[in-house]
Design a protein around this ligand. Structure first.
Ligand SMILES: Cc1cc2nc3c(=O)[nH]c(=O)nc-3n(C[C@H](O)[C@H](O)[C@H](O)COP(=O)(O)O)c2cc1C
Length: 306
């Protein structure tokens, strides 16, 4: 009898959304693969719901990839796995701090060395820069990225922003008279089991190069070109603010709270006043640089690192 393939799932989740996504993706593999879960646990937990100031104060270290530490892993880092599923969420256009802490840790690197990795994201809709960072970490660890699955909130950008902030600050996910439910749409989550087929085939055949094209054929990554433009602008602004705030002190330092508040205020102005302007400039850019943008979209849908 053939041994069942071994899958390790490494994940962090605050609200449980990502764990539900993982469970739906893996449900068809139940009984067909040995699945080990490694939940990342920060030494000092991040709050949920978040205090507003604390939320924005978390930005600089997330952008600068100097994350809060996680507790030691429970899994044996020398154990062999046929596949690692790295399930994570972007925070401030970067991998969430517990994810970055894992990818930077010696234990994480040892665990990932030589492994095939599928990334699985549960996000709002801005994940491109985070995935670029994760690709770099995986390459440095000697792992190979063989597939990517991204679940996003498909509501219009500003609507998803309002619902996610309400969810993050008040813990309220449910729909209101005027707003849809926060987070990834239920239908996206419950249909995520379709990705198990290609994963099972690759595990059986060892033809890993076929996995990502098969996942893409099932719409594992859908990407709107205007988000490529918007995210490019966002990350440049975030890097500036991260440097400006952290120059005044570390996470939570009273000395930097004035700058955190400034960033908080300007971010909201930026989003609600500048974003409509930015959409117009993006539209112009979209038309002028159609070809180039199409290339960018194809790149971000892929799994290579340039
Ligand atoms: C501090 C913070 C920053 C976030 N930044 C982003 C972001 O830049 N892009 C994005 O698509 N989603 C962002 N999100 C949403 C998360 O990626 C995620 O979808 C949500 O927090 C639920 O994840 P979880 O319950 O599995 O942890 C952010 C969430 C938090 C808490």
């Amino acid at each position: 009898m053939n041994e069942r393939p071994k899958i390790l799932v490494v994940y962090y989740t605050q609200t449980g959304q990502l764990k539900r996504i993982i469970d739906h993706v893996l449900a068809p593999l139940e009984g067909k693969a040995d699945i080990t879960f490694e939940q990342l646990v920060p030494v000092t937990p991040f709050p949920f719901p978040w205090g507003k100031q604390q939320f924005y104060d978390t930005m600089p270290e997330t952008i600068q990839a100097t994350p809060r530490a996680i507790q030691p892993l429970k899994v044996d880092v020398n154990a062999s796995f046929d596949l690692v599923i790295l399930a994570y969420q972007p925070w401030f256009l970067s991998p969430s701090q517990p994810t970055a802490a894992f990818l930077q840790s010696e234990a994480g690197k040892q665990l990932l060395r030589g492994k095939k990795v599928v990334t699985l994201l549960g996000s709002r809709n801005m994940w491109l820069n985070a995935q670029e960072k994760v690709k770099q970490y995986l390459q440095q660890a000697g792992a190979s990225l063989v597939g990517n699955i991204v679940l996003v909130d498909k509501s219009p950008n500003l609507i998803s922003l309002i619902t996610i902030l309400r969810w993050a600050f008040k813990g309220k996910k449910e729909a209101t008279r005027f707003l849809p439910q926060a987070g990834v749409q239920e239908n996206e989550i419950i249909t995520a089991g379709r990705f198990a087929g290609p994963i099972a085939s690759a595990l059986a055949s060892g033809k890993w190069e076929e996995l990502h094209p098969q996942l893409l054929a099932l719409d594992s990554v859908e990407l709107l070109p205007n988000l490529v433009v918007l995210e490019g602008k966002g990350i440049r602004a975030f890097r500036f603010w991260a440097k400006f705030i952290s120059a005044k002190g570390g996470p939570g330092a009273p000395s930097r709270q004035g700058r955190v508040s400034m960033y908080r205020g300007l971010l909201l102005v930026g989003i609600f006043v500048l974003q409509p302007i930015s959409i117009i400039t993006s539209l112009i850019q979209l038309n002028l640089k159609k070809q180039q943008l199409r290339g960018e979209v194809d790149y971000y849908k892929g799994i290579t690192l340039r």
